[in-house]
Design a protein around this ligand. Structure first.
Ligand code: NAD
Length: 476
């Protein structure tokens, strides 16, 4: 399947050169495939195709676009099982999570299919009798999109479906680490009858691809999900070439537990959110600010929950946490834990690499972590939680807002007044109170501060691919 990994102008083909990247199963550490990487010539071909694809697709009616997207969703539903297996084999998450990810993909496509039909403009009352002042929403143009490996399908589908529903063509570079599910996703668009050149898929050396595409005059919009340092670079390049950008960057979510919360239930949810996808989730909580009076109870329940998790190959029945995506992440998490302990944190459970095969790390809980630990300021992107006592909600909010990140934040309380304060005062693009309520197709997903700008999902996700044209028309 990876023999012809590039989709350019409706044809799956080999790259022009011979460079490849290894695709590794993180549960075994073994290479399972070699993925061909695009050369400049392939990228130029993709740009020509995207320009042509845009010229055709922008003229297709919103109704017809919706018809094709609904067909894509139906195909994705049929193929969800295969897609989930690819995700687990190449990215590592447990099959049950991979099935959830693959199963949600059609929902995103359907949402955009319908929202594209509601891309309303407006008419502004004119100062001149008989004139019409119209605001039209137009597709912004060919898009260059870069999506990461942690949710190979969920991250990619939102970019493709949003761009297409908005009338744009797209060149997407999915993650080289987990290509197969992304290729299967793209096939569904092709099989549903999407015209050639509207969706193009390339794999390559990430910096080469982004540099080449963003500089091209064909590209009018950049969408990137990944780390803050890379986002800064791509955002700067987009700005230099005056291109619109949506940047979904890292996070370091606070999780505030007030003393009036249902402590056992909140601890269970906190464990689930932390160790899902082995912590490799941009919206995952890391800093648990718990009021002192309930800290011990929360700590005990949280540690018990973390200890009880079944860690193993995601393809095996019963696995609740899989491996990390690659050896870089194992080393990074090991470094965070050592540093925190050296600075005075208490290691409550976990803290070590697991086994000699694959990239496993124990679910790890650290307590009383000082703010000087790197874990408290850098995004760990792995299975490690920091539990910290706070004396008041004021203190929790102050510490939550102290970092430059602003993606997600969580708060738990039975008090309506405290809930209102958390919603108002937490500096984050997404605040979830008393449950996990993020990432649905119909709700905006995105950050503020160093976590980036722009949203995916919701009507905001469609607007990201539209520009505004004002037309003022008087009678002749
Ligand atoms: P990384 O920064 O090297 O890569 C992150 C992603 O960006 C990868 O998919 C990579 O292919 C891509 N990328 C890297 N350089 C690029 C470039 N110049 N142009 C275009 N794409 C580029 O880090 P990594 O070791 O692969 O992942 C770890 C870090 O990435 C984490 O600490 C986390 O902050 C971040 N990350 C964030 C998300 C997210 O959902 N926001 C997802 C995955 C990774």
């Amino acid at each position: 399947m990876l023999d012809n990994p590039l989709l350019i102008d409706g044809v799956w083909r080999r790259p022009a050169g011979r460079r490849t990247a290894d695709v590794v199963n993180p549960a075994t550490g073994r290479t399972i495939a070699a993925l061909g990487l695009a050369e400049a010539q392939d990228l130029d071909d993709a740009l020509v195709a995207a320009a042509r694809g845009f010229a055709a697709w922008r003229r297709v009616t919103a109704l017809e676009r919706a018809r094709i997207l609904h067909q894509v969703a139906a195909l994705l539903r049929k193929r969800a099982g295969t897609i989930a297996e690819h995700i687990t084999r190449e990215q590592g998450k447990p099959l049950v999570e991979a099935r959830g990810e693959a199963g949600a993909a059609p929902e995103h496509v359907e949402w955009y299919a319908e929202e594209g039909r509601r891309a309303y403009g407006r008419v502004i009352p004119s100062r001149i009798p008989g004139a019409r002042q119209m605001v039209l929403k137009e597709p912004v143009g060919p898009v260059a999109a870069f999506s990461p490996w942690n949710f190979p399908v969920a991250q990619l589908v939102r970019k493709i479906a949003g761009a297409l529903a908005g009338g744009c063509s797209i060149i997407a570079k999915p993650p080289e680490e987990a290509p197969s599910a992304c290729i299967e996703l793209a096939r569904a668009f092709q099989d549903a009858g999407l015209p050639d050149g509207v969706l193009n898929i390339v794999f390559g050396v990430p910096a080469e691809v982004s540099d080449h595409l963003i500089r091209s005059p064909v590209i009018r919009k950049v969408s990137f999900t990944g780390s803050v340092p890379v986002g800064r670079r791509l955002g700067a390049l987009a700005a230099e070439h005056v291109k619109r950008a949506t940047l979904e960057l890292g996070g370091h979510a606070p999780f505030i537990v007030a003393e009036d919360a249902d402590i056992d239930a909140v601890a269970r949810l906190g464990v689930g959110l932390k160790f899902r996808n082995a912590g490799q989730v941009c919206a995952a909580p890391t800093r648990y600010y718990v009021q002192s009076s309930v800290f011990d109870r929360f700590h005990e329940a949280f540690v018990a929950g973390a200890r009880a998790l079944a860690v193993g190959d995601g393809a095996r029945d019963g696995t609740q946490m899989g491996p990390l995506a690659n050896s870089r992440r194992v080393e990074a998490i090991d470094g965070f834990v050592r540093d925190a302990v050296a600075k005075g944190a208490i290691l409550s459970c976990g803290g070590r690499r697991l086994g000699n095969e694959g990239f496993f790390f124990e679910p790890t809980v650290l307590a009383d972590v000082p703010d000087t630990a790197r874990l408290m300021t850098e995004e760990p992107f792995g299975p490690v939680a920091a539990l910290v006592r706070v004396s008041s909600i004021d203190e929790a909010i102050g510490r939550a807002n102290a970092l430059p990140y602003g993606l997600a934040a969580f708060g738990f309380t039975r008090s309506a007044a405290t809930a209102a304060r958390l919603a108002e005062e937490l500096e984050a693009g997404m605040v979830s109170i008393n449950h996990f309520g993020l990432a649905a197709a119909e709700t905006p997903f995105g950050g503020i501060k160093d976590s980036g700008y722009g949203s995916e999902g919701g009507s905001e996700g469609l607007e990201a691919y539209q520009s505004v044209k004002f037309v003022s028309q008087a009678a002749a």
